[in-house]
Design a protein around this ligand. Structure first.
Ligand code: PLP
Length: 283
């Protein structure tokens, strides 16, 4: 694979970042993952808008233009022949001698992008759904910023796997926040589609926002309110949204089966709508 590092396209085994990079030493970095379908980028403008928001919240400079970022994404997709997969972008505050204090003016941000080719539409999760377990949400208080501090979510997903499940939903103050790398939704027994409101507790998902917009346009708006893990277990259906899974059906929560242990109709309808609509807007 060819990867992008600070202005250069290089073979992946020649790509290097300093050991003094603050992304490495302090997890002082932000990222985005945009999916690729048919060689085109899905929801690209929204991902770049969120990158700017994350950088703004952390006082991090972005030295490249949005046009350049699109060009870099496209160049990597083309060089690596990505038909279906993702482009990962990571930006850190840069490399400087290790110190908790930093002077942004003395730092040049590090920018790395790479691609991963893999099927996104025809997947086992889409076909069979996923099993979820609940874990406490022990992350920091600014989960709305897409930082590379992913240790807790990574350990959470490991725990889910050890418990025979595919992913974990996190619970804080008695309500579900989100999945380890996705937003959480339920479909109630009277047909309402529910996801918790945005706050500092969750990432404002690009897929979540797109699903809300497409649903609104179809006259079935998604309700934003908090829900407990007990309400989720009692729901007709549940699903997750993320840039790389799109809409992922949930078939059980903490061992309690939902929608007869297979992907539910509302979930599958939303998945289809999302893929069709986002393809129309793909870059
Ligand atoms: N929540 C968390 C914690 C995530 O890491 C992600 C993305 O990977 C999402 C939600 C979904 O966001 P998006 O739809 O922008 O991928």
């Amino acid at each position: 694979r060819t990867v992008y590092v600070n202005g250069n396209y290089v073979p992946e085994d020649e790509a290097k970042v300093s050991v003094f990079d603050r992304g490495f030493l302090f997890a002082d970095g932000i990222y985005e993952v945009a999916s690729v379908l048919g060689g085109k980028l899905i929801d690209f403008p929204a991902h770049i808008a969120r990158l700017h928001r994350s950088a703004g919240e952390l006082g991090m400079r972005i030295d490249v233009t949005d046009e350049d970022l699109l060009a870099i994404h496209r160049e990597l997709v083309s060089r690596n022949n990505v038909e279906e997969g993702v482009v990962y972008l990571q930006m850190t505050r840069g490399a400087i001698d290790r110190d908790f204090l930093f002077d942004t003016d003395k730092l040049t941000p590090t920018l790395v992008l790479f691609t991963q080719s893999r099927p996104l539409i025809d997947t086992a999760v889409a076909k069979n759904g996923m099993k979820i377990v609940s874990i406490p949400d022990l992350r920091w208080g600014r989960c709305d910023i897409k930082t590379v501090q992913l240790l807790y979510p990574s350990l959470g997903k490991m725990e889910a796997k050890a418990r025979g499940a595919d992913d974990a939903w996190m619970v804080r103050d008695g309500v579900v926040t989100e999945g380890t790398s996705n937003n959480a939704f339920i479909v109630t027994k009277n047909g309402a589609i529910v996801t918790r409101p945005l706050s500092h507790a969750i990432l404002p998902g690009i897929t979540r926002a797109a699903l809300m917009a497409y649903s609104e346009a179809n006259g079935t708006s998604i309700e934003e309110r908090e829900f407990t893990i007990e309400e989720a277990k009692d729901a007709a259906e549940a699903f997750i949204s993320s840039a790389s899974v799109f809409v992922g059906p949930v078939i059980s929560i903490d061992g309690v089966e939902l929608s007869g242990g297979k992907p539910g109709p509302v979930t599958l309808g939303l998945r289809k709508t999302y893929i069709e609509e986002s393809l129309k807007r793909a870059l």
